[in-house]
Design a binder for this molecule. Sequence first.
Ligand code: TMP
Length: 214
Amino acid sequence: MQGKFITFEGGEGTGKSTQIKLLAEYIKQKGKNTIITKEPGGTEVGQEIRRLLVCGDKDKFDALAEALLYFADRHVHLVQKIWPEIAKGTWVLSDRFADSTMAYQYYGYNKRLSKKIIKDLYKIAVGNFEPDLTIVLDLDPKIGLARSFNKAKTMDVKELRFEKRELEFHNNMRKGFLMIAKQEPKRCAVLDANKTIEELHSDIVKVVQERLGL
Ligand code: TMP
């Protein structure tokens, strides 16, 4: 039997990585094989692409170059990991996927790039495949960015290229995620991330039960 593909989306510091681990535990308890992966950087090649994208000067390349690199990472990720795992029956949980490119590279940069380019790149790199469920963690960027900068203090390599962008970028990107979810309500569920870890986890489990029957 085919597995499932669940993606976690949202701005900086919304608690995606904590919540994805908790959901993986829940899924395991239900007797399913599951893996956690992420974008960018879910494969070895992806790790190299990730370094280009998240480190260094915030203006080192433009939105189009970013989108191309994110989709290159995504294509390798799908071919080498996501598709083979789903075919084996695994429930694949990904910390970010293509909605992040629409939210950051299109909405974040205030539509500097055309939406058609992102949609065309999706067709080329991903095809007709899409997540079974996308959980959008919604949070005021002011709160999320503060969490992110705090966490970075403990990291050797500072992955703060996007955090360095102005608040307007983050507010646009947040609106973008909400817009995507509104346009695709069957696939997406928006959850208020300004809650305790336990509360948010139970909201996520409720969505997984309702939408995927687990
Ligand atoms: P992470 O910090 O959640 O691992 O994600 C890395 C950064 O890359 C984060 O600032 C969001 C950004 N990003 C995009 O701008 N576009 C994308 O398509 C993806 C997957 C991430």
